[in-house]
Design a protein around this ligand. Structure first.
Ligand SMILES: NC(=O)c1ccc[n+]([C@@H]2O[C@H](COP(=O)([O-])OP(=O)(O)OC[C@H]3O[C@@H](n4cnc5c(N)ncnc54)[C@H](O)[C@@H]3O)[C@@H](O)[C@H]2O)c1
Length: 326
């Protein structure tokens, strides 16, 4: 997408895994990019390497970030400011609530003050342990509101409610992306997500750890595909007021994923099984009919290609990714 030239863009959470890829691609497309990030799970040094403009700030801070001129006027806001790995969001559940609910409030204020379009990075976790398969945007979800994952699932749902109310009352131009599992270069080995875990274990010749019996499924989208969808949502009028699944509909069991990673890295590591986390979803697969229809988008990077890109990145790290890879 080349037509970002002249656009001023704010990426909240821009120092995180998806954020760094989004910021890089926006800069390449000619946008002026501002990043707000408290570096809770993000990489400050990587951001400096990107030469975007930075505001080190919590989106949850109670002062009005717009009126106090903490943030510059922008045309498009991407709100990615939330921990995404269960290990991170469960370590500080109240902070996760604040990031997702107060953070959305403050950024919405800013969007209203400067008339910006607002792209919210929501999540497939709003479907909880889904009752319908594959997951369609009209599904209401099946979430345990008091379980250990609820701080993330329910606060993302609350943010969706807030933003859709702002859209319905004509106060803001809102676009909601429900992102399914995304992987790619620049993920940190210790952040608890399956792909970096399996990769680091396979490369070290250690057993690959599966939580549960491995029959639960996931659909994995390569990060450049996710970023492409987010950028289309930021520019295209067809996304206004819409909730759109962003994910790769190729569904695999966790066991298949572990075996594929092992084979891809020529590893003979054993696979070991640990107890399955509470409320871990059984199946995950997006229906992406709406993304195809409204955005003309569908993912193009296969799982094998994605793993190859990650392996090459380890051998030859880029300026942005050098900091985070082990
Ligand atoms: N990666 C995925 O598979 C996935 C799937 C679904 C949804 N998402 C969503 O996409 C977004 C980005 O995910 P990611 O994988 O890049 O996560 P990440 O943890 O790598 O990045 C999140 C970034 O937000 C920053 N941040 C968190 N709270 C903040 C706050 N209150 N103020 C300012 N900065 C804050 C962190 O420091 C970090 O840089 C998240 O909102 C996440 O919920 C990601």
């Amino acid at each position: 997408m080349k037509n970002w030239s002249g656009k001023s863009v704010l990426v909240a959470g821009g120092a995180g895994f998806i954020g760094r890829h989004l910021v890089t691609t926006l800069l390449e497309a000619g946008a002026t990019v501002h990043v707000v990030d408290n570096y809770a799970t993000g990489e400050e040094a990587s951001m400096k390497a990107l030469c975007a403009r930075f505001v080190s700030h919590l989106t949850t801070q109670t002062d009005d970030i717009s009126e106090n001129h903490v943030l510059p006027p922008t045309d498009v806001i991407f709100n990615l400011a939330s921990p995404a790995s269960p290990r991170h969001y469960q370590a500080d559940p109240i902070g996760t609530w604040k990031s997702n609910v107060l953070g959305a409030f403050h950024l919405l204020d800013h969007a209203q003050n400067c008339g910006a379009s607002f792209v919210q990075a929501s999540t497939s976790e709003v479907y909880g342990d889904p009752l319908h398969h594959p997951q369609v945007e009209t599904d209401w979800g099946n979430v345990n509101p008091v379980g250990p994952r609820a701080c993330y699932d329910e606060s993302k749902r609350a943010a969706e409610t807030l933003l859709m109310d702002a859209w319905r009352t004509g106060q803001s131009d809102i676009r909601i992306a429900r992102i399914f599992n995304t992987y790619g270069t620049g993920m940190t080995a210790g952040d608890g997500r399956a792909i970096p875990n399996f990769m680091s274990q396979a490369k070290a010749g250690q057993p690959l750890t599966i939580y549960g019996d491995g029959s639960q499924t996931r659909s994995l989208c390569y990060v450049s595909d996710t970023v492409d969808a987010l950028m289309r949502m930021g520019l295209m009028d067809a996304a206004k007021g819409e909730v759109i699944n962003v994910g790769n509909p190729v569904e695999m069991t966790i066991l298949q994923i572990a075996e594929t990673v092992n084979a891809h890295f020529g590893s003979r590591s054993k696979i070991v099984f640990e107890p399955r986390p509470v409320d871990d979803p059984t199946r995950r697969c997006p229906d992406i009919g709406k993304a195809k229809r409204l955005l003309g988008w569908s993912p193009i990077v296969s799982f094998a290609e994605g793993l190859t890109r990650m392996a090459e990145d380890v051998r030859q790290p880029t300026e942005v990714e050098r900091v985070v890879l082990p």
